[in-house]
Write a protein that binds this ligand. Structure first.
Ligand SMILES: NC(=O)c1ccc[n+]([C@@H]2O[C@H](COP(=O)([O-])OP(=O)(O)OC[C@H]3O[C@@H](n4cnc5c(N)ncnc54)[C@H](O)[C@@H]3O)[C@@H](O)[C@H]2O)c1
Length: 285
């Protein structure tokens, strides 16, 4: 399938990054959000990032202009009517995503694949909000999408083999190396494994076994991880980590995924990680 026009729903961290990736690979990308201003801001962030690369001599001004010429913006979902594929990357809220999928189903051509970049919500529930559940699939990108090589692809209950193949070949078209899961489960592979790692590191702090600096040092020097698990949870945000573990606990009905109380206490104190200036580490202002 020849994919040329991509519509990205959600102009946040991931939506902007996915649109930039598509444009860099020569595709036409339209960023949409709940209003024009948010989409324009995402495009402006991409422009600022590319300008920084021009200043550092990593790309030419002509490349920047060329990439930007392929990024359009909109304040509603209407560009989906011309999309070869849609990638939904709006806020992680199942009701909002269901409503987006129902609208996309009305707007997009009948053969267009509708992909979601959800981290841990049900693909089948989003698919059931459409009349094309066979064409709904998860394409889970990693942050930042322009750099990270992996795309996890996961079917919902009714996703067809053809749709999985389209998603995998599209990921390759974007220069990625995809992994296809055989069945649906919340949080895929990487997020699920990392979730347990971050919980375990937090338990070591909560149980007074070691200080955050030593836990991170141990995982960097002893397991060759590029960053420590507590640096990572601070980067992700403790609230985001907790929400994912709660979804895993509920969906898989398994006490293995319960998070340490220390995480609740830190969230109550506003220690969410880098974004609030404090988490396991202090980041100042
Ligand atoms: N941040 C990550 O590292 C990461 C990695 C992989 C996947 N994800 C997933 O990607 C998705 C987006 O995450 P993010 O970090 O970019 O979030 P974000 O908060 O940066 O952006 C979310 C965007 O969705 C928009 N939005 C809200 N309601 C909408 C609607 N009805 N229609 C269109 N847009 C709407 C918001 O205005 C916002 O711009 C989530 O599902 C998240 O789980 C995030």
């Amino acid at each position: 399938m020849d994919i040329k026009k991509v519509v990205v729903v959600g102009a946040g961290t991931m939506g902007g990054g996915i649109a930039q990736l598509c444009a860099q690979q020569g595709l036409q990308a339209t960023i949409t959000d709940i209003n024009q201003e948010l989409s324009d801001k995402a495009r402006a962030r991409i422009e600022a990032g590319l300008s920084g690369r021009v200043e550092k001599g990593k790309i030419t001004d002509a490349v920047k202009t060329d990439v930007l010429s392929r990024i359009a913006t909109a304040g509603n979902l209407s560009p989906a009517s011309e999309a070869d594929i849609v990638i939904e990357s709006a806020i992680e809220d199942l009701n909002i995503k269901k409503s987006i999928f129902a609208q996309l189903d009305e707007l997009a051509p009948p053969d267009t694949v509708l992909a979601t970049n959800t981290t841990s919500l049900s693909i089948s529930t989003m698919a059931d909000a459409t009349r094309r559940p066979d064409k709904v699939v998860q394409m889970h990108f990693f942050n930042p999408p322009v750099i990270m090589k992996l795309v996890e692809i996961m079917p919902g209950r009714k996703t067809s083999k053809a749709t999985l193949e389209i998603a995998a070949s599209f990921a390759r078209q974007l220069g990625k190396d995809p992994v296809i899961c055989k069945n649906e489960a919340p949080a895929g592979i990487v997020s699920r494994i990392l979730g347990q790692l971050l919980n375990e590191a937090t338990w070591l702090v909560a149980d007074g076994i070691a200080d955050p600096q030593d836990i991170d040092k141990a995982m960097k020097l002893g397991a060759n991880h590029p960053m420590g698990p507590l640096q990572l949870i601070d980067m992700i945000g403790l609230d985001i980590h907790r929400a994912k573990m709660q979804t895993l606990s509920k969906e898989l009905n398994d006490p293995r995924y319960a998070h340490p109380k220390l995480i609740d206490e830190m969230i109550t104190e506003g220690r969410l990680g880098r974004k609030t200036g404090k988490g396991f580490y202090d980041y100042g202002d």
